[in-house]
Write a protein that binds this ligand. Sequence first.
Ligand code: UD1
Ligand code: MG
Length: 455
Amino acid sequence: MAEQSALAVILAAGEGTRMRSSRAKVLHEVGGMPMLGHVLAAVEAAGIERRAVVVGAQEADLRAYLETAAGDAAIHRQVQLLGTGHAVLTARPSIAAGADQMLIVYGDTPLITARTLRRIRRRLAGGADVVVLGFRPTDPARYGRLIVDGKRLLAIREAADASAEEKRIGLCNAGIMGFSGTDLIAILKRIGKANAKREYYLTDAVEIANRLAKRVVAMEVDTDEVLGVNSRHDLARVEAAFQRRARTAAMAAGATLIAPETVWFSHDTRLGRDVTIEPNVFFGPGVRVGDGAEIRAHSHIVGATIGPNAIVGPFARLRPGARVGNGARVGNFVEIKNADIGVGAKVSHLTYVGDASVGKAANIGAGVITCNYDGFAKHRTEIGAGAFIGSNSSLIAPVTIGEGGYVASGSVITRNVAPGALSLARTRQVDKPGWARKFRDRNRKPANRIERKSR
Ligand code: UD1
Ligand code: MG
C-alpha cells in the first residue's frame, strides 16, 4: 500500500495567560527546544509532509521561529480565539488543498510521539474516517470525556457540558485527532456553538461524523504523551516526563547513568556506547559524546563534542564550540569555549581555554588562562602538539606556542614561543638569606609590655 499523503494542522493560537509570560506559550522550551519544535519533529518523523500552524497574537515571534524550524510550514492567523473548531477552520486554505489524511495536533502537547501519530495514520489507512486519541488522566476533571460503544466513538462531551453520569467516565480526549480525506471542512462547517462556553468545539466533529455515517474510533495512549501545558507548573511536569524518557533512551542505547534522575538531557544529546555519566551532569543543546567517554560528576556541557574515551570533569564546564579529542582529559574547574583539545591532551585543573587549539598530547598546567579578549575582539591562541604550559601562566592572544615548546610556570606570554623552545616570562627570583628571622626579631614585642597593656 502506497503511503497516503498527509497534512498536520498544529494549533498554537492559545495565549497561555496562566504562563505569565511575554513569550508565546508554544515557544517555551522542553529539553532545550520550544514545545512547538517537539511537535514539528514528531510530525515530520511520522512522515507527514505538509504542516499548517495556526497562530494567534504572538504571530511575529512564531513566524520568526518557524522560519528556522519549519520553513515550508503554512502559517494561519486566528484573529479571535473562538474555539478549537474555529482554530482548525482558520487553516482552511491548507485543508482545501487536500490530503489523504489530516491530523490535528496541539502545539502545547510536546511529548506526542511519531509512533502514536503513525498509529493514527495506520488506522485511517485501514478504513477509519475519524480517529481520536484518548487517555486516562489521574484527575479527569477538566477534560472532554469519550463516550464509546464497543469500538465506536459516539461523542466527546466537554467537562462543562457533561452530565453527572458522563463525568464518571475515565477515558478522556487528548485533543489529537485524525481525519481521512477532505471531509474535514464539511464537518467543521457544521460545528455550532450551542454549548456552555459558546465556543466552536472541534470535539463536536465526532457526533457530526457519526451522523454522516462515518467510522469514528478512539485510540488510547499513555498519559505522559499527551500532557498539555497551560502553566509553568505544567511545563515543569512535562520537562520531568521528557527527562525520564531521555534517560531511559540513553541507557537503552548503551550508556551507564549512575544516578539517572540527576542527569539532564537536551532534545538532541547524542551519546556513544559505553559512555559513563556520573551524578549531577547537565547537557544543554548540541552535545555529542563518543564511545567509552566518561563524564564525571557536576559537569555542565553545552554545544560540545567529546571524543571517544575522553574524560571530562568532575566540575568541568564545556561551552559551545568545545571539541575534546580522543582520550583527552579535561579536569576539575576547567572551562573550555570554542577550542579544540587535541588527542590525548591534558587540561587537568583550574584553567580557561577559549578561542584556542591545543595540539595532540599537549599538557596544560593548573591555572593556565588564555587571555582571548581585549575588551573589543576575541583573539586565538594556538598551542602546538606536545607543548607544555607551566602552571599559572597567562597566554595573551593572539599568540602561538610552537610544537613541543615549553612555557615556564607563572609566565605571562605576549610573544610567540618557537617550536622546541623554553620561554620564561616572569621576574627573576631574589634571595636574602636570614632576612625573615631578623625581620621577626625586630618586630617581636616584649611579652611584659603586652601583659601590662591588657590589664
Ligand atoms: C480541549 C478539548 C478537550 C480535551 C482537551 C485536552 C475542545 C473543545 N476541548 O480542551 O476535549 O480534553 O483539549 O487537552 O477541543 N486553540 C486555538 N484557538 C482557539 C482555542 C484553542 O488555537 O480558539 C488551541 C490552544 O492553543 C491549544 C488547543 O487549541 O493548543 C486546545 O485548546 P484549549 O483551550 O487548551 O482546550 P481545552 O479546554 O483544554
Ligand atoms: Mg488545554
